[in-house]
Design a protein around this ligand. Sequence first.
Ligand code: UDP
Ligand code: MG
Length: 313
Amino acid sequence: MSISIVVPCFNEQEALPFFYKEFKSLTTKMSYEDFELIFVDDGSRDNTLDTIKDIAKNDTRIKYISFSRNFGKEAAILAGLEHSKGDYVALMDADLQDPPAILPEMYEALTVEGFDSAATRRVTRKGEPPIRSFFARMFYKIMNKISKAELVDGARDYRLMNRRFVDALLSMKEYNRFTKGLFGWVGFKTKWIEFENVERVAGETKWSFWKLLAYAIEGIVAFSTAPLVIATIIGLFFCLLSFAGTAFIVVRKFLFGDPVQGWASTISVLLSIGGVQLLCTGILGQYLAKTYLETKHRPVYIVGESNVERGLC
Ligand code: UDP
Ligand code: MG
């Protein structure tokens, strides 16, 4: 049996030496298995690629795929999975926030306990800005209410999967890949393993607040059409309100005449309806834009250079 470890890297030159050290000690611990380590360089602007090549020179287990530009972590994950050849595939961050030490436990879940994947979730968000934790929590709450994706709060992308799980993931050819949702969507049996949050070993986080917000919107649009329903309901509510309002005004005119009054309230009603209309058009636009991107059938990533052939898929 063999294990492929897929590691998306974006500007990770500081973290990579630490990561490789951990990888080596992991493979000595699990020497009963063959390993393949696939670094996906997601268009890094620092020396990540050279660092990877240096490591690969002395170790034939190291594979790398380097993108022509930054395509995002989702694209890097897809590339890694597509190029992996192992019977089991693990996804791991380069910054050691996904402790390699728990991989043996995950491996046991698959080989002994019969699970198809072993996923991890951190139980604390220690070391994270509180406002970020707050929005993250809200996102998970909302997502689980409005979609079938079954997201777990605190779930990391760190996961070990068997071939059939990976193939199921790869059978989804969509362009907008929200992997956190895809994991849940494919089903199968998953064991959840919990661990305490670890801070990154070196370098800085690549996710700004705005990048995370865009990611959250991406997730919602990819896995739920609830916003469209909500927009329709709001629209309906305003229609009913306006019918009632019109009826009221007509009746009032016949009973009391029509003095010119209340322009301020007219303007505010106009503004609020205009605002809701714009919001709903915006929501519609989000879905339309995604559909537009899907129908273009563009590749999710473009490889600049690599030392590995694409797998069977
Ligand atoms: N990453 C990537 N492409 C990006 C952003 C991040 O491949 O555009 C990788 C990054 O190198 C790391 C992992 O995704 O291995 C997680 O990123 P990071 O540690 O910055 O996120 P955080 O742990 O802070 O959520
Ligand atoms: Mg990290």
